[in-house]
Design a protein around this ligand. Structure first.
Ligand code: PXP
Length: 244
């Protein structure tokens, strides 16, 4: 494997906080999970500070920023509050995601094309603070062109639809992801991907040569119940490497 083909794994620890918050105490601790994930081979840690703080809290972000020795990727809505939190903690990366209070999870990509005027100053401020900005988008040429106009160095392609579909429809969505990854990379944008990935569906995404990082959370935390977090990360790492 050449160094350029290494596919990074970002482990999203949001749902460790979901379990913690179910009882309102401080167990299980998502920072402990993040440190364990890094020791098990995660290349980075991802956490989404949602506006309603349903899982990760402000205190978690402060501790992650202080304690992690691998890069922290902060997922954030495009709001002034989240921008000021990002500027305070200066994570390695910030991934701008759409957020609706009533959704169970991030249901689609951000409309980078339709929201250019709102996103442009935010992308600029984050970049000025040396935070690597990523936009979580649908695998769509229009959104990639918008990311380019915004000066975002990274896009994360939403794999949720690919994961939900089956058969020919899934194959068609995989082609959209493959084409989008190639278009972004041709334009000098680094490509990440994530949402809904599991041991069973990760290989075709990991095989897209332009994809440099996958962010995976819910499945890994769920699988940790059965085989432990370290083992679930090691198996995901192995599936990703085998597909490369
Ligand atoms: N990438 C982004 C931008 C996300 O919002 C999420 C979900 O928080 C993920 C990746 C991880 O998705 P999942 O938890 O389904 O693996």
């Amino acid at each position: 494997m050449t160094p350029t083909s290494h596919l990074r794994l970002g482990v999203n620890i949001d749902h460790v906080a979901t379990v913690r918050n179910a009882r309102g105490g401080d167990y299980p601790d998502p920072v402990r999970a993040a440190l364990l994930a890094a020791a098990a081979g995660a290349d980075g840690i991802t956490a989404h500070l949602r506006e309603d703080r349903r899982h990760i809290t402000d205190a978690d972000i402060a501790r992650l920023a202080a304690e992690l020795t691998v890069p922290l990727n902060l997922e954030m809505a495009a709001t002034d509050e989240m921008l000021s939190i990002a500027l305070r903690h200066r994570p390695h990366a910030a991934c701008i995601v759409p957020e609706k209070r009533e959704e169970r999870t991030t249901e689609g990509g951000i409309d980078a094309a339709g929201q250019h005027n709102r996103l442009a100053p935010m992308v600029a401020e984050l970049r000025n603070a040396n935070i690597r900005v990523s936009l979580f988008i649908e695998p769509d040429a229009r959104q990639i062109e918008a990311a380019l106009r915004l000066g975002a160095p990274v896009v994360e392609l939403h794999t949720g639809r690919y994961c939900e579909l089956e058969g020919e429809a899934r194959a068609a969505e995989l082609r959209r992801l493959t084409d989008a990854a190639a278009l972004a990379a041709r334009n000098g944008i680094e490509v990440h991907a994530g949402h809904g990935l599991t041991f069973d569906n990760v290989a075709p995404i990991a095989a897209i040569p332009q994809v440099r990082e996958l962010n995976i959370g819910h499945f890994l935390v769920g699988e940790a119940i059965f085989i432990g977090l370290a083992e679930s990360i090691r198996r995901m790492r192995a599936e990703m490497d085998a597909a490369r």
